[in-house]
Design a protein. Sequence first.
Length: 159
Amino acid sequence: MKKTKGFTLIELMVVVVILGILAVVVAPRIPDLVKKAKEGATKGSLSTLRSTLNIYYSDTEGLYPMATAASYPAASTVLTDALVPKYIKAIPAVKAPTAHPTDSNTVYIYNNIPTTVDETVSGGGFGWGYGSVYGSASYGNIIVNCQHTDTSGNYWYSY
């Protein structure tokens, strides 16, 4: 009797069926994982911007970057001019895959940072919202300027 090394056809078929079942279970979850990864990147970018602003604040002895009257409330380069390249390479992009198909690294200037859905996007669009008016309650604060919710149901501007 001759013994051969290898797998039988039945063993190979069982492995293929098991792999097929795993693919059917895992495949529908991949898009949600991609969305959560992009949301995590946005939250990380927000944290980076806040840390960068705190370093700027320390270096300038108590002042955050401020917008000129000409740039308020339209899209502004106030953060780019103040932070890039000394403190950060570039203003990171906001990624909100559940609400916006494209990313944005635009900064919108506010007198007071929005705290409700009705207040967001009134003076700008999708991107970052920054309170650069000296003396306002929002001075030096940065948010995600979006009135939509993330995959957990939280409003983006609340972060």
